[in-house]
Write a protein that binds this ligand. Structure first.
Ligand code: SP5
Ligand code: ZN
Length: 343
């Protein structure tokens, strides 16, 4: 299968994220994509391909124009304000305050974000655009008849909403690809999000739509990031009522201790929807050794995940999201795709 990859991911290389009350080296770092690429080539999973350039049209079908304009200019505005270091937001709108768009870059960073873990650097916009092109190139492979493809996106995307960044995400690669499948003549598209964290951005983008089903298995937001999205009671709105399914699991969940059953429930809902195409937001931060997460999936569980997804028999684009255990990351991604190919 096609493995779509761009070196431009290296342009997102933040100095620090705020995590656990401390500024730390970002876990979302360039070595992640290098490790995944190397492991896939070593395992003989597929062929590396460069992305094509799709321009901003497909991005603007998912993200608001003012947000895209902000992202494209944020570094320029930040550096013009005299800072020579990377940008992190410091404050957000609170209850009782005015949710209006401020003018200064410091205000805009808070207005368009939801966390302080996602640094904006000189190369952020180019890296984010490249990742969207990687996802769109994968979507094109699926529209051209491939049964599977892998978009090695970095930075990841599933936390980015129509007008908001955070969780290491700027542009929602999976949503852009899913919308690309819709525009490319698939009437019904599903997104299965198996990253450890809830894909709040993808959910919100498709929340009121009946043509894109969003199903997610993730750590219970009562106890985990992003905290304010991903509860089972969130089931969609308006025309999209019933087209969102959240399956939150307790921290500490293992494959047999709840994950497999949740995946079976997710697959049953996906079968009921009968999509023409599937986008899998693939995070392997469900791994027991992940440094910021608390599920207990093991290496031998990832081929089963890939095989069960293949069992749907739906053309599938895997879009890379999280996974931070650098020593196991590549092997775990290769295991999912290997299971899919065998399945
Ligand atoms: C794409 C993706 O996986 N983004 C995840 C962003 C998560 N960032 C915040 C993580 C907070 C972790 N808190 C750990 C508490 C126990 N040490
Ligand atoms: Zn994650």
């Amino acid at each position: 299968m096609d493995l779509i990859y761009s070196d431009e991911h290296r342009l997102q290389d933040g100095a620090a994220e705020l995590i656990d009350g401390r500024l730390q080296p970002p876990v979302e770092c360039p070595m992640r994509a290098d490790a995944i690429r190397e492991a896939l080539l070593t395992a003989g999973i597929g062929t590396l391909r460069e992305p094509s350039e799709y321009g901003l049209g497909p991005v603007l079908r998912v993200h608001d124009a003012d947000y895209v304009e902000f992202l494209s200019r944020a570094w320029e505005l930040w550096s013009a304000s005299g800072r020579t270091w990377h940008a992190l937001p410091l404050n957000w709108v609170g209850r009782g305050m005015s949710p209006v768009r401020p003018e200064s870059i410091d205000g805009l960073l808070g207005y368009y974000s939801f966390d302080a873990g996602t640094p904006i650097t000189p190369g952020t916009w180019r890296a984010a655009r490249a990742a969207a092109n990687v996802a769109l190139t994968g979507a094109t492979a699926i529209l051209d008849g491939a049964e599977g493809a892998f978009a090695l996106c970095r930075p990841p995307g599933h936390h980015a909403a129509a007008d908001c960044y955070g969780g290491y995400c700027f542009l929602n690669n999976a949503a852009i690809a899913a919308q690309g499948l819709r525009v490319g003549a698939m009437d019904r598209v599903a997104v299965l999000d198996v990253d450890y964290h809830h894909g709040n951005g993808t959910q919100s983008i498709f929340y009121a739509r009946a043509d894109v089903l969003f199903v997610s298995i993730h750590a219970d937001p009562a106890h985990e990031f992003p905290y304010f999205s991903g509860y089972a009671r969130e089931t969609g709105a308006e025309a999209g009522e019933g087209c969102t399914l959240n399956l939150p699991l307790a921290p500490g969940t293992s494959w047999e201790g709840g994950y497999r059953a949740a995946l079976e429930a997710a697959l049953e809902r996906l079968r009921g929807f009968a999509p023409d195409g599937l986008v899998v937001s693939l995070g392997v931060d469900t791994f027991e050794g992940d440094p910021i997460s608390r599920f207990r999936l093991q290496a031998q569980d990832y081929p089963k995940l890939g095989r069960m997804i293949r069992g749907l028999g739906v053309p599938t684009l895997f879009v890379m999201e999280g996974g931070y255990a650098l020593e196991a990351l590549g092997a775990n991604v290769a295991a999912v795709l290997g299971g899919f190919l065998e399945g």
